[in-house]
Design a protein around this ligand. Structure first.
Ligand code: LMR
Length: 393
C-alpha cells in the first residue's frame, strides 16, 4: 500500500531551515522562517511566559483532559485580546487548536462541512500553507491582487477590483496584520473601505492573525479584525500565540467563530468541538494555560506587553537601519518600503537568481520569493545584508 503514496512537495520555508542548519560557514545570516530572534540570535522564552510556567508548575494539580474545545477561560482571554469589546462574547464560539495552523485547518474543515468545495480567495502572494491546507480539504484556492512588487506597497485598487467580482458563496482569507510574506498592510481607512465592500458582497471572511503586537501595537494590529467583527454577521478568525507569546513549540492557537446577532453559538460550538475530536481529540493545553495565566494576571500581562513592545520596537529599528543602509549603498530610495512595512517580514522584490546568489555567495538565507525575516538581523548584520543585496542588484 505505502508504495502507492505520491511524493510530497517540500515546504520551501521548512526546507530553508534545514539548508541553513547544514551550512558550515561562519557569519551566515538566517532570514528564513518566521521566528523572532534577539540581537544574539536567540529566540528567548519571554519573561512572563517563564513566570507563568513556574506558577503553573507549583499550582497545577492535574494533567487530566480539558474540554474538547479547550478551556473556556482561554477562549475568554483570547477573545478579549483579539476582539476587545467589538462584539458581545455571546456571539463568539471558540476552540483551542494546536497553533495558528491548527486553527486554519479547523476553519477550513468547518467551511468544508458548511460549503464543500467552496472557493477560498487569498492574497497574491500569501503564506504557502494557506492554499495547501484549503486544497487538502477539497476547497478551491483562488487569488486576489494584493502586492505591487515595484513599489513594495499594497495594490489596494487591484484588491478591491478583484474582491468586487466575488459572490456570496466565496470565502475570503485576509491577513489580520503584518502580512506574510510581503510586510505591506492596509491602513485603517483602507480596512474600512474593504469591510464595506465585503459586507456588500456577503461573502464569508476568514482572518488569519498570527502576529498581533508585532506591527503597530496590540490594539492597532487588531483594527481590521475588529472592524470586520463589528460589521459582518459572521466571521472566522484563526489566531496564533506562537509569535506574540514566543511559545512556538507549545502549539497555541484558537479559532473564533462569530455567529449572527440573535442566534445561538451552540450549533457552531458543537461543530468546533466535533472537529477537534475528529482531528486530535483534545487540543494541547500547556501553552494555552501559560497564555491564560499571563492574561488573567495584571502583573504578568503588563510585563508581557512591555517585552512584546521591546520586540516590536527592535524590529522597527532594524527596518529603519536596513532601509537607510540600502539608500546609501544603492543611491536610491527604492528600498524605503522596508521601513514602512510592518511585522516580521518584508518582500524585497529580488529575482530567484538574486536570492540564490545571496545564499551561495554571501550565506544569506531568505525565502525564494525574497521574503526576509527582519528579526533574523541585528545591528551588525544589517550592513552585511545591505552590502550583499547591493552586490547582486
Ligand atoms: C513563517 O511563515 O515562516 C512562519 O509562519 C512559520 C511557518 O510555519 O511557516
Amino acid at each position: 500500500m505505502l508504495e502507492t503514496l505520491k511524493p510530497q512537495a517540500e515546504d520551501k520555508i521548512i526546507r530553508l531551515m534545514a539548508q541553513f542548519r547544514e551550512d558550515p560557514r561562519d557569519g551566515k545570516i538566517d532570514l528564513g522562517v518566521g521566528v523572532y530572534k534577539d540581537a544574539t540570535g536567540l529566540t528567548p522564552v519571554m519573561r512572563a511566559v517563564r513566570a507563568a510556567g513556574a506558577e503553573l508548575q507549583a499550582s497545577e494539580t492535574t494533567k487530566t483532559y480539558t474540554a474538547l474545545a479547550g478551556d473556556s477561560q482561554f477562549h475568554a482571554v483570547m477573545r478579549d485580546l483579539i476582539l476587545g469589546d467589538a462584539v458581545p462574547a455571546s456571539r463568539v464560539a471558540a476552540a483551542a487548536t494546536p497553533g495558528g495552523t491548527g486553527a486554519l485547518r479547523i476553519a477550513c474543515d468547518l467551511i468544508r462541512k458548511a460549503r464543500p468545495g467552496a472557493r477560498v480567495l487569498m492574497s497574491d502572494p500569501t503564506w504557502p500553507n494557506h492554499p495547501a491546507i484549503a486544497q487538502d480539504l477539497g476547497l478551491v484556492p483562488a487569488t486576489y491582487r494584493y502586492f505591487d512588487e515595484a513599489s513594495g506597497t499594497v495594490d489596494f485598487a487591484g484588491m478591491k477590483a478583484d474582491l468586487s467580482a466575488i459572490s456570496a458563496d466565496d470565502i475570503v482569507l485576509l491577513h489580520g496584520c503584518c502580512h506574510n510574506p510581503t510586510g505591506a498592510n492596509l491602513t485603517p481607512a483602507e480596512w474600512d473601505e474593504l469591510v464595506a465592500l465585503l459586507k456588500a458582497k456577503g461573502a464569508t471572511v476568514l482572518v488569519d492573525i498570527a502576529y498581533q503586537g508585532f506591527g503597530d501595537g496590540l490594539e492597532e494590529d487588531a483594527y481590521g479584525v475588529r472592524a470586520l467583527a463589528k460589521a459582518l454577521p459572521e466571521l472566522l478568525i484563526a489566531a496564533s500565540c506562537s509569535k506574540n507569546f514566543g511559545v512556538y513549540r507549545e502549539r497555541v492557537g484558537i479559532l473564533l467563530a462569530l455567529v449572527p446577532e440573535g442566534t445561538e453559538t451552540a450549533l457552531v460550538q458543537a461543530n468546533l468541538a466535533a472537529l477537534n475530536r475528529l482531528n486530535y481529540s483534545f487540543p494541547p493545553d500547556h501553552g494555552a494555560r501559560l497564555v491564560q495565566t499571563i492574561l488573567t494576571s495584571e502583573t504578568l500581562t503588563a510585563d508581557w506587553k512591555a517585552e512584546l513592545e521591546e520586540v516590536r520596537l527592535s524590529m522597527l529599528g532594524l527596518r529603519e537601519q536596513l532601509a537607510s543602509e540600502l539608500r546609501r549603498l544603492t543611491n536610491s530610495d527604492h528600498f524605503d518600503f522596508v521601513a514602512r512595512h510592518r511585522g516580521m517580514f518584508s518582500r524585497l522584490g529580488l529575482s530567484p537568481e538574486q536570492v540564490e546568489r545571496l545564499r551561495v555567495e554571501f550565506g544569506v538565507y531568505m525565502v525564494g520569493d525574497s521574503r526576509i525575516n527582519i528579526a533574523g538581523l541585528n545591528t551588525e548584520s544589517v550592513p552585511k545584508l545591505a552590502a550583499a543585496i547591493a552586490a547582486v542588484l
